[in-house]
Design a protein around this ligand. Structure first.
Ligand code: ADP
Ligand code: MG
Length: 866
């Protein structure tokens, strides 16, 4: 029996170490896949499945992708949830003895992607690791390998697990690493979209192992100094994360050495439902940025600023001092539109420094990346100039930290050619005059060509063959070509190499010798340029921490710039942010709806919430009158203020809130069809469990998802509970007008209603929110506006009239807290209700006896029919 080929043996050995990844095996110009990998990849990538003879293994399924196009294919495999191990030739096949040595150079997983076409430039791509649970608390570590950002947090206390889930849903990691014992313990369903969970053995998060990993990644001083290095849960989370990176990235990761320790408690917490409901960064309609707060505020010019602004929206601050620092900077920028105009072109020329630095650290940055870096640093210098004279504390700090790294600008300017190719293996990278050897080799190449031309002329002269040509092909190298008719003139020292149909090709010793030199010179040139380029890249690598600091600084300036532009464009004002408990908004607007409606169309509204008699606002009013819009605008204005943005209002005083909760009525909840009553109740549970007296809650038509009396009872019980036990500031819209009675019995409740004007059969929505209660729902008017047939509306009017009378007679309208209501009246069959209604409406004094008799007969027949 034939043996397995040595190459196949090599393949099997390597594949054994990567059972859970698709192995791409570098073979010539292709990455080949074999066995099950081939079956899977050919299906996922829709490429042809072939096979090759595997000796004793039989026919081995196989498929391949061209090396030069691998990035795109890998992207698709990752998108489809696969992991990909890239196995490269690690020695030159030309000089290899036997099978070319191969090794896995990188394992690409959903959370470790750095390739541009797989990344959203204005969003982070996080890899997270968690450890702990139970008594000792949780450790969370999060890294974006494409930008170099590393964050870690320690969470403990009774709410740690809920906070952790909120953090994960905010960060939306592409991949989450968990020790095996945790994988099934957490409720992953609370996260938006299932995360790619990578379960790792518990030991890889355990102390002796992670200590080695961390010592390899961080300088000693960092390990001695850093706060995280004294906290076991953070050590283990970071250790598990870096152990995974070491195992998959297989190279030093110099850009991942700055760890930020943060405390989720320092930021406003927004649970997943709230972030979704408020459409902060993703719209409920299509998941895009249009129609979101981010869409309204994002005037950032750089990718880094874009990512940061998104982070600010998702993590508003709690400390009024920090908030006011941002607000002052925004105010200073917004006050000078000339300066804003000057900052824009400087910012817009700065490339993604964080991701550039990551590519430098990965050793994948090419000469064009380096030129982009140079252009960015030059733009930073321009930015510093344009931002000169800013005097608010934060702006001043940032401008001073703008370090354009002049030596790097100088080096890159001297060293790099103007238009280098994408690849760094074909020369053309280094500028004339930077390196004597490169210049000499280039000259040699040029002179070689001249020499050949001269040779051609000389030989024509000498031999008298006027059609003699010097040419080149890949097989024979340089040759002299003579047509058949001139063969008799060929001198004896010509050596024949090739015979064509009507010509022969010759070489001479002198030609061969010169060819050596030229080809050699070209190879040496390419080699030399490559070496120099790598040297330059190493010098940049040494500056990665500096570039990362610069990236952060630019990002913050850009985010402040964007908020200033938004403030100017949309006519926002500076909020007064305090540690007090009052929220007062004069002439507030909904930032997103206002944009959608166009200039002047939005009706501004006031709002006042305090810790006393205005703690809970119950808002009634007809459908379509603007209740939901009003409540959302209040929380959005609070959120904007706390992220340091100006707000759409004539005036605003914002006492910071620790959390915002939302419960948006089932029928408003467009997300993913999850509009069940269960979801509604679960969100209510989150609120009553987690809200504090410093929280802000909006509840939009709670109870709509179930039967009327069920819903009304629940809504009221919830209101009473929040009022008595939780104490959070609450805006509560409802179509149960009965709930307005709570104003009389609960001290903190105030009724508000959206005003409408009536004009005959029509209602006009004024969209003004005023103190008071709505007395009718106007649902039928809306139905008429929507063009429902008049017959349906007439019939509905009849039913409504009946129901209202029944309710009235049962005393529901007067029910105070605790009153019992009876549902019996609801159960008179509808047909009979109609007969009753007709009977009631009968104008007896206008009928003749005969007419009365006929009507009586008709009504009786109707009753019998039912
Ligand atoms: P409700 O919740 O009372 O049914 P919505 O808040 O959904 O009403 O508002 C219905 C529509 O009215 C919105 O789509 C919006 O276009 C418009 N609207 C709401 N508030 C205002 C306002 N203050 N000014 C102008 N138009 C508004
Ligand atoms: Mg509504």
């Amino acid at each position: 029996m034939a043996a397995v080929t040595p190459m196949m043996e090599q393949y099997l050995r390597i594949k054994e170490e990567h059972p859970d990844a698709i192995l791409l095996f570098h073979l010539g110009d292709f990455y080949e896949m074999f066995f099950d990998d081939a079956l899977l990849a050919s299906r996922l990538l829709e490429i042809t499945l072939t096979g090759r003879d595997g000796g004793p293994l039989g026919r081995v399924p196989m498929c391949g992708i061209p090396v030069h196009a691998a990035e795109g294919y890998i992207a698709r495999l990752i998108e489809k949830g696969q992991r990909v191990a890239v196995c490269d030739q690690v020695e030159d096949p030309k000089t290899a003895k036997g099978v070319v040595r191969r090794a896995v150079t990188r394992v690409i997983t959903p959370g470790t992607v750095i390739e541009g076409n797989l990344l959203d430039e204005k969003a982070n791509s996080f890899l997270a690791a968690l450890v702990g649970g139970g008594e000792e608390g949780w450790g969370l570590a999060v890294a974006d390998v494409s930008t170099g950002e590393v964050n870690t947090a320690f969470l403990d206390g009774p709410r740690a697990e809920a906070t952790l889930i909120d953090e994960l849903s905010r960060l939306a990691p592409r991949e989450i690493l968990v020790p095996d014992e945790l994988a099934s313990r957490l409720d992953w369903s609370a996260l938006p979209g299932p995360p790619a969970l990578t379960v790792r053995p518990g030991e890889s998060f355990a102390l002796p192992a992670v200590a080695d990993v961390l010592r390899a990644q961080f300088p000693r001083e960092e390990l001695e100094r850093a706060a995280w290095a004294r906290q076991p849960a953070m050590i283990r989370a970071l250790g598990g994360l870096f152990a995974y990176l070491a195992a998959t990235q297989l190279r030093p990761l110099a850009h991942l050495r700055r760890v930020r320790v943060y405390t989720p408690g320092r930021y406003m917490v927004l649970d997943a439902a709230t972030r979704r409901n408020l459409e902060l960064t993703r719209s409920l309609v299509d998941g895009g940025r249009r129609g979101t707060l981010l869409g309204v505020l994002d005037y950032t010019e750089t990718a880094m600023g874009g990512r940061l602004l998104r982070g600010w929206i998702e993590q508003p601050l709690l400390d009024p001092e920090l908030i006011n620092e941002r607000l002052q900077a925004v105010g200073e920028l917004a006050a000078d539109t000339l300066r804003l105009d000057a900052l824009r072109p400087a910012l817009s020329r700065i490339y993604d420094l964080e991701r550039l630095a990551a590519r430098v650290a990965y050793g994948t940055a090419n000469a064009r990346d380096m030129l982009a870096l140079k252009a960015s640093l030059e733009a930073v210098a321009a930015l510093r100039e344009a931002a000169g004279g800013l005097s608010s504390a934060l702006a001043l700090r940032l401008v001073e930290a703008l370090d354009p790294c002049p030596e790097l600008i100088g080096l890159l300017g001297r060293a790099l050619a103007d238009e280098p190719p994408v690849t760094i293996r074909e020369g053309g990278l280094i500028r004339e005059g930077y390196d004597a050897e490169v210049d000499r080799l280039r000259r040699l190449g040029r002179e070689g060509k001249d020499w050949l031309l001269a040779l051609e002329a000389e030989e024509r002269e000498r031999t008298g063959i006027r059609s003699l040509k010097v040419g080149y092909n890949r097989v024979f190298g340089y040759y002299i070509e003579v047509t058949k008719s001139n063969l008799h003139l060929v001198p004896p020292e010509y050596q024949r190499r090739q015979t064509l149909a009507n010509a022969e090709r010759f070489v001479t010793p002198a030609l061969k010798e010169y060819e050596e030199q030229i080809v050699h010179a070209r190879e040496r040139l390419v080699e030399c340029e490559y070496r120099l380029f790598v040297e330059i890249r190493e010098r940049v690598l040494a500056e990665v921490p500096r570039l990362q600091r610069l990236g952060t600084t630019v990002a913050r300036l850009d985010a402040l710039y964007a908020l200033a532009v938004a403030a100017v464009r949309h006519g926002y004002t500076a909020p007064r942010v305090t540690a007090g408990g009052r929220i007062f908004i004069r002439e507030g607007r909904h930032p997103v709806v206002e944009q959608a409606l166009g200039p002047g169309a939005f009706v501004p509204n006031d709002a006042l919430l305090d810790d006393d008699g205005q703690r809970m606002l119950i808002i009634t009013g007809p459908n379509m009158a603007g209740k939901s819009t009003y409540m959302r605008q209040v929380v959005l204005i609070v959120l904007m203020a706390q992220m340091g943005s100006f707000v759409p209002a004539a005036e605003a005083e914002i006492g910071v809130v620790d959390r915002i909760f939302t419960r948006i009525g089932a029928s408003d909840d467009l997300a993913g069809g999850a509009s069940t009553f269960m979801v509604e109740m679960r969100e209510c549970r989150t609120i009553v469990e987690q809200a504090t007296p410093h929280s802000l809650v909006i509840m939009d038509e709670v109870g709509r998802g179930t039967a009327t009396f069920d819903g009304m009872s629940l809504a009221r019980a919830l209101l009473e509970y929040i009022h008595e036990r939780v104490g959070a500031k609450t805006l509560f819209s409802t179509h149960y007008h009965e709930l307005t009675a709570l104003e009389d019995s609960l001290q903190g409740v105030m009724n508000y209603t959206t005003r409408v004007a009536e004009d005959g059969q029509n209602v006009i929505f004024l969209r003004k929110v005023v103190p008071g209660r709505a007395n009718r729902s106007y649902g039928l008017h809306v139905a008429r506006l929507a063009g429902l047939p008049e017959e349906v509306i007439g019939r509905a009017a009849v039913i409504l009239a009946t129901l209202e009378r029944e309710q009235w007679s049962s005393g529901v309208k007067e029910a105070g807290p605790g009153a019992r209501v009876t549902q019996l009246q609801m159960f008179i069959p509808e047909g009979e209700q109609v007969v009753l209604e007709e009977l009631r409406r009968l104008k007896v004094d206008e009928l003749t006896p005969l007419q009365a008799l006929n009507r009586l007969d008709e009504l009786q027949r109707k009753l019998k029919e039912k």
